[in-house]
Design a binder for this molecule. Structure first.
Ligand code: ZN
Length: 74
């Protein structure tokens, strides 16, 4: 089952940056603080996930490479 995305278009390999403390979530690394395994897309993070540095919610994160894509990889 695939959860339907709410509206934000974030690719599975997109990194997102916290706009409060500039922490960058990298799906390739996951989040050791919250025990998120490497390879977890931002969209797959649980709703309770928060910035490990400043405790901001997921909606405070902005995609780093939103309009910078070049490859048509799905
Ligand atoms: Zn933060």
């Amino acid at each position: 089952m695939m959860p339907s995305a709410g509206g934000t278009r974030v690719r599975a390999d997109s990194r997102l940056e916290c706009r409060i403390c500039w922490y960058v979530y990298d799906p390739a690394e996951g989040d050791a603080v919250e025990q998120v395994p490497p390879g977890t897309p931002f969209a797959a993070l649980p709703d309770w996930w928060r910035c490990p540095q400043c405790d901001a919610g997921k909606d405070m994160f902005l995609p780093l490479d939103a309009d910078n894509g070049g490859g048509s990889h799905e």
